[in-house]
Design a protein around this ligand. Structure first.
Ligand SMILES: [Zn+2]
Length: 348
């Protein structure tokens, strides 16, 4: 077996594999520096791994996480070998060190791991994985949109052993659990999300936190109330769907309505694109947040709160000398709006 010392992280990586053929050997050699890079990145982004050893061991079936080790089947393509290795080692953070309940809170285990895995791919290995850097979890969102059409979705709060189908467990825990974090970044702001994730790890490692311990950290970090987010996203299968509607356009102003079609309320971002391709971003907080998303870079024009019980919200845009080309809700795609066909108004 091979040993790679990663001095900067005070870490020794061990790789146990069988030298079955040349491709196998070359993949497992290539894996070693990439695993070291992954540890460097994850330590910085999500909090420092506290032990001095980690082992990647050929064996088992598929990939499985253990404390300080993973067992994975060895004869795979390189992208698959690296992907499974990174997924399983991130479980050292999201489950092993935090010790959340794997049966009741699978979405905080598989979901948070899948999120961190995609963020790591996007920032460190995107020449292999080609993720959309505006929304690195775009493929997870698409998997969720496709799955919910089956009608088999169950709330994330379901006990792992009691989902009616494997798919509902899989898409719920891995996919919708990962979107939980990406979408939380949309709600509180990306910087606050990652600061919050590090703080959560540093304050709660070895202490078995539950979903509300996580939520309290994010509320403190984000400065807004978030209980509604777990109430809807985790405890129900309510969906998000907003539409944009043009009421009136004259020389002085444009009047627009946003309609809440889905049962789950969300804060809304609206991008106004002008003919010269400059843009402005409007933001409508939800009243139940009792606060607003991080706007320290002043990129958002903050509108009045949306009372979440109301199904519709109107606002006006004053016409300037620049012609408006397009108005769009959720331009980043980070809000899991299930129907994008009604999110845009385009002007001739
Ligand atoms: Zn996993």
């Amino acid at each position: 077996h091979d040993i790679l010392k990663v001095d900067s992280e005070d870490l020794e990586l061990h790789f146990y594999y069988q030298k079955t053929n040349d491709e196998m050997v070359s993949n497992w050699k290539r894996l070693q520096d990439d695993t070291a890079d992954a540890f460097r990145y994850i330590n910085k982004k999500f909090g420092k791994y506290p032990y001095t050893k980690y082992s990647v061991i050929q064996g088992g079936d598929g990939g499985m996480e253990y404390p300080m080790a993973t067992l994975i089947t060895g004869e795979r393509s390189y992208p698959s070998l690296l992907s499974v290795t990174i997924h399983e080692l991130i479980h050292s953070w999201y489950q092993m060190l935090l010790g959340t309940n794997e049966s009741y809170l699978a979405w905080m285990d598989e979901g948070f791991t899948s999120f961190a895995q995609n963020i790591t791919f996007n920032d460190e290995f995107n020449e292999i994985y080609n993720l959309n850097s505006i929304n690195p979890l775009e493929r997870s969102y698409n998997r969720y949109y496709t799955f919910i059409k089956s009608g088999l979705e169950e709330p994330l709060s379901t006990h792992s052993d009691h989902f009616s189908t494997n798919q509902a467990y899989g898409v719920g825990s891995y996919t919708k659990g990962a979107i939980f974090l990406m979408q939380l970044g949309y709600i509180i702001g990306e910087n606050k999300l990652f600061k919050g994730l590090r703080r959560y790890y540093n304050e709660w490692k070895f202490k078995h936190p539950d979903e509300y311990d996580f939520l309290r950290i994010m509320e403190k970090e984000g400065g807004i109330e978030l209980d509604w987010y777990i109430d809807y996203w985790v405890k129900t299968t309510h969906q998000i769907d907003y539409s944009l509607e043009l009421n009136k356009k004259d020389q002085n102003k444009i009047s627009v309505s946003i309609n809440r079609i889905g049962k789950m309320p969300m804060p809304i971002e609206v991008e106004v694109l002008y003919e010269d391709f400059s843009s402005e971003n409007y933001y409508i907080p939800l009243s139940i947040m009792r606060g607003e998303k991080d706007n320290s870079d002043n990129k958002l024009i903050i509108l009045e709160d949306w009372e979440w019980v109301n199904e519709s919200y109107q606002f006006n845009l004053d016409m300037s000398d620049k012609e408006i080309k397009k108005i769009e809700i959720n331009p980043s795609g980070e809000m899991a709006d299930i129907d994008k066909s009604n999110n845009i108004i385009e002007f001739e």
